[in-house]
Design a protein around this ligand. Structure first.
Ligand SMILES: *Cc1c(COP(=O)(O)O)cnc(C)c1O
Length: 421
C-alpha cells in the first residue's frame, strides 16, 4: 500500500544502505536462515554445531570463581556508577597483568581498553581506521564480523588466503599481492576461527615482518587466546610489537565460556609509539567516550576472575576441547564426501571440504546445511559465509553425547544423499 495513503503523511526516512548490506553476511543471519528449516514437529532435539558457544552444556560451565566474582561485585554496592570510557582502572590493571604474565613484556594498564566483548573491540578499531580510500586485509576463511563491520563503516577490504595444506598458515605472497598503498591494517586470528589452527612463533614473526614492510598495523584477534591443545604452544602476537604495531583483541567469552557477559579488551603493543604518533590512540579514546560501556559489574569482577581462576579449570577445558576435537576429526574423516585437511589444535572449530561430486541433489554448502537442518535437525555453518564455498565449519565445543549424535546424523545424511555407484 502507498505509505501516503496509509498514514496520511509523507515520511522521509530511509534505512542506511551500508547497514542493510552488512547485516546479510553475519554468522547470526546465516544461522537464522538455516534454523528456519528445522521441522516444527522435530522430536529428536536440535544439535547445534554451527556456532561456538558451549556455555549451555553442563560440561562447559564456567568456573565458580567467575560466578562468585560477579556476585561479590553486585553485593559490594561499589560498582553502580558510570565508569571511564576506557574502563575501570582495576580491570585495566588486571588485564594488563594477565597479558604480561605469559610473555617477557610489561604491558601498562594505560595500553589496555576494556570493551563490551572482543566484538566491541572490533567495532572500535575498524571505526578508527575507516578513512575514505583506506583498505584493510582480512583472512580467508575468517570471521565475517570484520567484513560486516567494515561494510557498515564503508571501509574497503580485501582478503588474503590461508593455506589448508600448510596448517592454514598465511599465504604471505598473496598477502603482499593484495596490499597496496592504501592498505592500513591486517587481521590475524590465532588460535584460528574457523580453522582451529595455532600458528608457530616463526610464522608469526614473518607476518610481523611483512606488516612492517607494508607499513600496516596488525590486529591480532586472540579471542581464543590460550585455547591451544596441540603441539604448537599459543604465542601472543604482541611479542612482535617492536617489529610492527600490534593491537590485540581478547575477551572472557571463549576461555571462560561466558560470551553473554560481554567483557573484552583491546591492548596496544607498540613500544616505538607509532600509533600514538599517528593519532590512533587519541582516536580510540575519543570513540570509547561515544560508545556504550561494558557493565561495571563484570568489569569489577574481571580482576578476581583473571587472578583467581584455578589452573585446573584451564587444563580441564583444554582436555575437553582436545578430546572433542579428536572425536570430531575422526568421525568426519570416515565420511566419504568430507575431507578434513587439518586436525584442529586450538579454538573450537574445524573446516572441512565437501566433495559435491559424490552427492546427488545437493548443489552447494548452503543447500547441504539447509537440508541437514531439515532432515537431521543438525546445524552447521556453510563455508561460503566465511569466504570458502563448499566447505563447512564444524564446532566441536559441545557436550560429547550431543557431538557424537550430531556427527552420526551428518554421516547418515551424507550416506543417504550419496550417488549410487
Ligand atoms: C567470538 C569471537 C569474537 C567476539 O568475541 P566476544 O567476546 O564474544 O565479543 C571475535 N573474534 C573471533 C575470531 C571470535 O570467534
Amino acid at each position: 500500500m502507498d505509505s501516503k495513503v496509509k498514514s496520511g503523511a509523507k515520511w522521509k526516512f530511509k534505512a542506511k544502505d551500508s547497514v542493510k548490506k552488512a547485516s546479510g553476511c553475519t554468522i547470526r543471519s546465516i544461522l537464522t536462515t538455516i534454523n528456519a528449516n528445522i521441522k516444527a514437529d522435530e522430536s529428536r532435539g536440535i544439535i547445534r554445531l554451527g556456532h561456538g558457544d558451549p556455555s549451555a552444556f553442563p560440561s562447559f560451565r564456567t568456573t565458580s570463581v567467575a560466578e562468585d566474582a560477579v556476585v561479590d561485585a553486585v553485593r559490594s554496592a561499589k560498582f553502580n556508577s558510570y565508569n571511564p570510557g576506557t574502563g575501570i582502572l582495576q580491570a585495566r590493571r588486571s588485564i594488563a597483568e594477565y597479558l604480561s604474565h605469559d610473555v617477557q613484556l610489561e604491558i601498562s594498564p594505560d595500553d589496555v581498553y576494556v570493551t563490551a566483548g572482543a566484538k566491541q573491540a572490533i567495532d572500535v578499531i575498524i571505526t578508527v581506521l575507516s578513512r575514505p580510500g583506506a583498505n584493510i586485509l582480512f583472512p580467508r576463511p575468517g570471521y565475517p564480523m570484520y567484513a560486516a563491520r567494515a561494510t557498515f563503516s564503508e571501509l574497503d577490504f580485501r582478503y588474503f588466503n590461508l593455506l589448508p595444506e600448510q596448517a592454514w598458515e598465511v599465504d604471505l605472497d598473496n598477502l603482499e599481492a593484495v596490499a597496496d598503498d592504501n592498505t592500513v591494517a591486517m587481521v590475524l586470528i590465532n588460535p584460528g576461527n574457523p580453522c582451529g589452527n595455532v600458528y608457530r612463533y616463526d610464522h608469526l614473526k614473518l607476518i610481523a615482518e611483512t606488516a612492517r614492510k607494508l607499513g600496516i598495523l596488525v590486529i591480532a584477534d586472540e579471542a581464543y587466546g590460550h585455547l591451544a591443545f596441540g603441539k604448537n604452544p599459543f604465542v601472543p602476537m604482541r611479542v612482535f610489537g617492536e617489529i610492527a604495531p600490534i593491537v590485540t583483541l581478547g575477551s572472557l567469552s571463549k576461555r571462560w565460556m561466558v560470551p553473554g557477559w560481554a567483557l573484552g579488551w583491546m591492548s596496544i603493543s607498540d613500544p616505538n609509539g607509532i600509533l600514538l604518533e599517528h593519532g590512533i590512540i587519541d582516536c580510540i579514546k575519543n570513540y570509547l567516550n561515544i560508545v556504550s560501556d561494558p557493565s561495571s559489574l563484570i568489569q569489577a569482577a574481571t580482576s578476581q576472575i583473571l587472578k583467581q581462576t584455578p589452573d585446573e579449570f584451564y587444563s580441564r577445558a583444554l582436555n575437553l576441547f582436545r578430546e572433542a576435537a579428536d572425536i570430531c576429526y575422526d568421525k568426519l574423516s570416515e565420511i566419504p564426501c568430507i575431507t578434513c585437511p587439518y586436525k584442529p589444535e586450538g579454538s573450537m572449530f574445524l573446516m572441512v571440504e565437501l566433495d559435491l561430486s559424490l552427492l546427488e541433489d545437493i548443489k552447494d554448502d548452503m543447500e547441504f546445511c539447509i537440508k541437514l537442518a531439515r532432515e537431521e535437525a543438525t546445524i552447521l555453518l556453510p563455508g561460503s559465509c566465511l569466504g570458502l564455498k563448499n566447505w563447512l565449519r564444524v564446532t566441536f565445543a559441545a557436550e560429547f553425547s550431543s557431538l557424537v549424535d550430531g556427527l552420526e546424523r551428518i554421516k547418515d545424511f551424507c550416506l543417504r544423499h550419496s550417488k549410487r555407484q
